[in-house]
Design a protein around this ligand. Structure first.
Ligand code: FAS
Ligand code: PHB
Length: 398
């Protein structure tokens, strides 16, 4: 029988210690707002997940504002272009020339590590391995969050709950049925990803559209590469030796890139499904959803993590304003403001996925349309600029 220990109090209970939850906690702390972060997994488990690799310029600026930009600025790799490969050739999209902005390659794992260290250094509390987290009373004015640590049940009373617990979290699942409208598209393929301590095949990212399927050459540093292959939904990681992976990657690259590919033992290998998903609205009384808890994009546009940063930036500003001045207009505008940018980014990620992947059962007509769009894209400054301004990140609204 679990026993309930004393009830704590905080201003904001944050569910999830991924990048969204930790960044929100960091921004709130700098704004004088108290928050408790509750995470289902251990810190080591959270750091062990290999996810995003590209930060928009706006995300870099927000992480700087949060006081966790030092290592990012020292170790992050500024990238001023990406390459699109098709028909055996590579075409550079000059992001900086077309938009005046750039992206930075810096792994999500490192962002999360920087946020974890900053939170610990400030003596701010994160409960890891919080089991059976449950949300209560967020439709009223005194929400309560409960969880279990071993045999003990704990609870915290708060003013607001931030659901930063990802796609499979408890927050969105706690919203009353019918109060939520969801939109979803599941893609008929996944991404098989490999991390290896080998020098990247190119200085910039290569997105390849090939008859055998999509491939992406990315990196984490000048000595650590991140590669992805489009794969069937029923693929299993154990069917892919390192040798088979790199042979298939080589077959999807142009000759020059294939010749430069340095292979080495994989230090991580995983398959991720691809989906587009949006839940509307992103607020329910005193519960606010942010990041993957509210939306999912296929990683083709490198947007998942960056969208989470944008949500959290807006929510932190609204909560700080509410506590400082009592002004709740930011909170009231949060959902509609985030969703305007979310849907534009969902569109871009869907477009990039549709453009670069081979869809099973695609007819000849659709194939020719894809080839024509690629040819137009790299030959038109207007079309390349449209890709570039989405890739470097759309402006924040507030
Ligand atoms: P996260 O899922 O990162 O964090 C949510 C946290 O909440 C997790 O730590 C989880 O353990 C915790 N949690 C869940 N349920 C809980 C509960 N009941 N109680 C307490 N805590 C709970 N984006 C890119 O831009 N590029 C990529 O290449 C890319 N690859 C990805 C691969 C995979 C397999 C996945 C799943 C996502 C990928 N993404 C990628 C998207 C990813 O980077 C997310 O956008 C990013 O992690 C969003 O951060 P959060 O919203 O914090 O969600
Ligand atoms: C990555 O490095 O993990 C990465 C980069 C760009 C993407 C997706 C993933 O579009």
């Amino acid at each position: 029988m679990s026993e309930t220990t004393g009830s704590r109090r905080t201003q904001v209970a944050i569910i999830g210690a991924g990048p969204a939850g930790l960044l929100l906690g960091q921004l709130l702390a700098r704004g004088g707002v108290d928050a408790l972060v509750l995470e289902r997994q251990s810190a080591a488990y959270v750091l062990g997940r290999i996810r995003a690799g590209v930060l928009e310029q706006g995300s870099v600026e927000v992480l700087g504002e949060a006081g966790v930009g030092q290592r990012l600025l020292a170790e992050g790799l500024p990238h001023e272009g990406i390459e699109l490969a098709f028909d055996g050739e590579r075409h550079r999209i000059d992001l900086a020339a077309l938009t005046g902005r750039r992206v930075t390659v810096y792994g999500q794992t490192e962002v999360t590590r920087d946020l974890m260290q900053a939170r610990a250094a400030a003596g701010l509390r994160t409960v890891y391995e919080a089991a059976d987290v449950s949300l209560h009373g967020f439709e009223g004015s005194s929400p309560v969050v409960r969880w279990r640590e071993g045999e003990r049940t704990h609870e915290v009373r708060c003013d607001y709950i931030a659901g930063c617990d990802g796609f499979h979290g408890v927050s969105r699942a706690s919203v009353p049925a019918g109060a939520l409208r969801t939109f979803e598209r599941v893609y008929p393929f996944g991404w098989l990803g490999v991390l290896s301590d080998t020098p990247p095949v190119s200085d910039e990212l290569i997105y390849a559209n090939h008859p055998r399927g999509f491939a992406l050459c990315s990196m984490r540093s000048r000595s650590r590469s991140r590669y992805y292959l489009q794969c069937a939904l029923d693929e299993r990681v154990e069917n892919w030796s390192d040798e088979r992976f790199f042979d298939e990657l080589r077959s999807r690259l142009d000759e020059a890139a294939a010749a430069r590919l340095v292979t080495g033992p994989s230090i991580e290998k995983s398959i991720a499904p691809l989906r587009s998903f949006v839940a509307e609205p992103m607020r329910f009384g005193r519960l606010f959803l942010a990041g993957d808890a509210a939306h999912i994009v296929p990683p083709t546009g490198a947007k998942g993590l960056n969208l989470a940063v944008a949500d959290v930036r807006s929510l932190a500003r609204a909560l700080i304003s509410r506590y400082r001045t009592g002004d709740e207009t930011g909170l009231d505008a949060y959902s509609e403001r985030c969703l305007r940018r979310v849907w534009k980014t969902v569109r871009f990620s869907w477009w990039m996925t549709t453009l670069m992947h081979r869809f099973p059962g695609t007819g000849d007509f659709d194939q020719r349309i894809q080839e024509a769009e690629l040819g137009y894209l790299v030959g038109s400054k207007a079309a390349s600029t449209a890709l570039a301004e989405n890739y470097v990140g759309l402006p924040f609204e507030d």
